[in-house]
Ligand binder design. Sequence first.
Ligand code: NAP
Length: 253
Amino acid sequence: MAETDARVAIVTGAARGIGAAVATRLAQDGFAVALLDLDEDSCADGVDRIKAAGGRALAVGADVSVSQAVDAAVRRVADELGAPTVLVNNAGILRDNLLFKMTDDDWDAVIDVHLRGAFLMSRAVQKFQTEARWGRIVNLSSTSALGNRGQANYAAAKAGLQGFTKTLAIELGKFGITVNAIAPGFIATDMTAATAARVGVTFEDFKKGMAATIPVGRVGTPEDIAHTASFLVSEGAGFVSGQVVYVAGGPKD
Ligand code: NAP
């Protein structure tokens, strides 16, 4: 496929962590990639790296939980890179607290970014996917969907994303669109570093403790998730849809 007609992917929350690794990997796979995050400037390094390696990339600033911002961002991607047919819903936040201490804001913020964000982005992008009669959506769930102390909001959002994934797979399959979820276990990123800080442990000790509980004996990396996303958005994965792939160094569920 010529570079000019490369398929276009949008990765949300692409400024750092898992999203940045997924964006880099999809660019290596030949996609033109829109790196979307709250702050457009925070995606500049990622865009530069992709361009320096000969790829096409665009930084886009938008809050995925705001309908007009999402629609404008997706239109901009279509105008500047081409019709987006691959979407990775990765943007996420934590507002951990035990139920009795969880505020209305803790609940709403987490549900809004993960669930409403994935809904708004998918609704905006499916227009281009159905027109192209081809598409791939990958939603970032989590092992926390199975329940995790202090994460009632996050677990509800991540479990909700699994139902959302399966329903979109049913609705969009006839247009050549697959929809899957990746449910990572512990991945070393700023998000898990913040959790270590919150519980008062150094990140190194936190990772060491986690690795001891994981069958493959190590914590995950953003590249572990990028590799799985690369498979799910590939041409050859067209018969894989509505699945939740746990990428956690051992069995879950
Ligand atoms: P991260 O390092 O905290 O990165 C998340 C990114 O999302 C940040 O760049 C953040 O921007 C952005 N973001 C937050 N709210 C946004 C919004 N409303 N609109 C657009 N962008 C927004 O997190 P990560 O560890 O890479 O996690 C990525 C995804 O994987 C999340 O959905 C997370 O829940 C999921 N996950 C992670 C793990 C793990 O162990 N790390 C495990 C399971 C699932 P700012 O920097 O400006 O806030």
